[in-house]
Write a protein that binds this ligand. Structure first.
Ligand code: NAP
Length: 356
């Protein structure tokens, strides 16, 4: 357990993911939010003056923080980035160069060879890339990323099945409106409709999953040798991405063994306790019509992936339905969990301003 506590900041604090970060940092045992930044559209306003997009109201502790411009060097060492990809391209390297540890939700740096694309229960060993990052880049800081909001649920399911050697995967996603940020997809395009295209999403699911499940060595990460085919659709759901997944295995299990592997999965390194980690990262629902976004996306405080409808597949070996909360386990909660792993692994202690 970490004994120190750290001040943190948020880049892109005013968007969907930024607000979810603020909400989840309220009362966090290790991190205290001290700094928020966004674009010039929001600069100078207090956080309480920003339109609150989530349920309830702006958390009281954040109300008086003033939204700043993202200027590197003036913020806490640990920063969560919820910038859109274009702004992340402009700012994240600059902040790492100035000594900040940037824990990012953006796609911008996820596939760079020396940048960990991290899920603590799946590939905590990929944090070793940070040594190469520090050695090869002109900076004292670091960049760590969390996966795309559909990738993370698929990667957790496949990680639970590792011992059966998954080698062929078909996944079709049904993605919530909140996944497109705010204001996102126009209501005219989405209500009463299904949009069978999300720019770049299928490629992200296919490539990021293989990096996450890949083997970390001296030369970086060797992608997992599996074939993944993804199709992504936007559906008129507010929160929660659903995925229909079919898997072919090189060592196919029985259905009972597959369910037991999913239920029993909890792969945090021995002795590591992280405040945001769910007791079980995968929740198996035996009912024949679950999981459903409205009923199940918030289970385990939004940090678990729910799976159901596990059954034989006449084309590959097995199929199932998975569901996760896209702005929590798919973004803000995932980033906070990653920062917690950085804390226990000692990446935040050096020169970090702390409070007690
Ligand atoms: N939504 C999801 O489910 C989800 C899941 C996983 C990952 N992500 C990723 O997380 C990031 C944030 O997503 P989101 O849905 O929260 O997007 P969003 O609602 O559009 O928010 C974007 C944020 O970036 C800020 N920003 C934009 N341009 C800027 C600039 N030039 N300088 C400084 N700040 C700037 C915005 O500030 P203003 O309010 O001042 O414009 C806002 O705070 C994206 O990279 C996205 O791909 C999102």
């Amino acid at each position: 357990m970490a004994t120190q506590r750290w001040e943190v900041g948020i880049l892109g604090a005013t968007g969907m993911v930024g607000q979810q970060l603020v909400r989840r940092l309220e009362g966090h045992p290790w991190f205290r939010l001290a700094w928020v930044a966004a674009s010039e559209r929001s600069e100078g306003r207090t956080y309480g003056e920003i339109p609150w997009l989530l349920g309830g109201s702006v958390p009281e502790f954040a109300r008086d923080l003033r939204v700043e411009r993202p200027i590197a060097g003036r913020a806490p060492q640990l920063l969560f980035s919820a910038l859109d990809a274009e702004a992340a391209t402009r700012y994240e390297h600059a902040f790492a160069a100035a000594g900040h540890i940037v824990v990012s939700n953006a796609r911008t740096h996820r596939l760079e060879g020396d940048v960990p694309l991290l899920i603590p229960e799946v590939n905590p060993d990929h944090l070793a890339l940070l040594a190469a990052q520090r050695a090869g880049r002109p900076w004292r800081g670091a960049i760590v990323t969390n996966p795309n909001c559909s990738t993370v649920f698929l990667a957790l399911v496949l990680a639970a099945c590792r011992r059966f050697a998954p080698s062929r995967v078909l996944v079709t996603t049904f993605q919530a409106a909140s996944g497109a940020g705010h204001p996102g997809v126009p209501s005219w395009d989405l209500l009463g409709n299904v949009v069978p295209f999300i720019d770049g999403e299928e490629e992200k699911i296919e490539t990021e999953t293989k990096k996450i499940l890949g083997t970390c060595g001296d030369g970086g990460v060797a992608p997992a040798p599996m074939a993944i085919s993804a199709q992504a659709a936007r559906v008129p759901v507010l929160e929660g991405h659903t995925e229909a997944i079919s898997m072919g295995f090189d060592a196919p299990p029985s259905e009972a063994d597959l369910v037991s592997a999913l239920r029993g999965f909890s792969n945090l390194p021995a002795g590591i306790v992280l405040p945001s980690a769910p007791k079980a990262p995968i929740i198996h629902l035996p009912e024949r019509d679950r999981p459903q976004p409205r009923l199940d996306a918030n289970r385990a405080d939004g940090m678990a992936v729910c799976v159901g409808r596990v059954r034989a597949c006449p084309v590959l070996d097995f199929k199932l339905v998975a569901l996760g909360h896209n702005t929590i386990r798919g973004a803000a909660g995932a980033a906070i969990l990653n920062a917690e792993l950085l804390a226990v692994r000692g990446w935040l202690s050096e020169g970090a301003p702390s409070w007690s």
